[in-house]
Write a new protein. Structure first.
Length: 259
């Protein structure tokens, strides 16, 4: 178990600085502010000790990350700093590898001899989970997550091209993806909806007689299926979207990543 929340490696040689955390997290309340103990205003982490009770501690961690706001109460931009291993980042992500080993400012250590990697606006909880996975802290990775957080993890994994190290956990979170089951297409044929879409024209299976309306939650499920390359789930949700909607399916960040 980690000695502290923001220290991913006790011998960290890099700082991953998340600026304006949770900018795109629609589930956060706008009237909450980051607690004074969460972030060091000069840009270095306050080490938050983990609870001895694993489940309670994990819940506290999630709450801590979700409570972070883009700005502090005084109007200054908020930031959270993770102490990380550049070696782990480079192995897991070619994007991080290019930043650290290429001709970028991130490749130049600061006065303390640490690499500084800046990023912004990510969901803080999702980013922490991705970093835990990259650094091998499997016991700190939640077994159950909300659909929103799973999708945010997918966005980060897609951006940093580290899906390979994350996708095993997507399989573990499959039980959380009830939305996929709700839109599953039956293997046997039926009538009615077939008049709207001929499955033979696009190599799709027969459609069910009733198609569940495609909503915001389904859009997130479609995005996650695309990220993890689950072709069957992506097909089912796509067919439902085509049959049951008469407008472009958009949901915040997800439409931008799937278009």
């Amino acid at each position: 178990m980690k000695a502290s929340l923001l220290e991913l490696d006790p011998q960290a040689d890099a700082l991953l600085i998340l600026q304006k955390p949770n900018s795109h997290s629609s589930h956060l309340s706008t009237n909450k502010r980051a607690s004074a103990g969460s972030i060091d205003r000069v840009g270095y982490p306050i080490y938050l000790e983990l609870d001895d009770d694993e489940s309670a501690g994990r819940s506290d961690v999630n709450d801590e990350m979700r409570s972070l706001q883009t700005c502090l109460e005084n109007g200054d931009l908020n930031q959270v700093v993770f102490r990380v291993s550049s070696k782990h980042l480079c192995i897991a992500s070619p994007v991080f590898r290019r930043m650290i080993q290429g001709q970028f400012k991130e490749s130049e250590p600061n006065e303390q001899g640490l690499f500084e990697i800046r990023t912004s606006e990510w969901d803080a909880e999702a980013l922490l989970i991705v970093l835990d996975i990259i650094h091998g802290h499997d016991s700190d990775v939640p077994k159950r997550l909300s659909l929103e957080v799973i999708a945010q993890i997918g966005i980060i994994a897609d951006y940093y091209d580290c899906l390979e190290v994350v996708k095993t956990f997507f399989r573990n979170w499959h039980s959380c993806m009830k939305i996929w089951e709700n839109y599953s297409i039956r293997p046997s044929g039926s009538a009615g909806v077939l008049d709207l879409l001929d499955p033979r024209a696009c190599d799709l299976p027969p459609l069910p007689h009733r198609v569940k309306p495609f909503d915001d939650e389904a859009t997130i499920g479609l995005f996650v299926a695309w990220i993890v390359q689950d072709h069957a789930r992506f097909r089912d949700l796509t067919v439902s979207a085509v049959v049951s909607t008469q407008h472009r399916c958009t949901r915040g960040d997800y439409s931008a990543h799937t278009s």
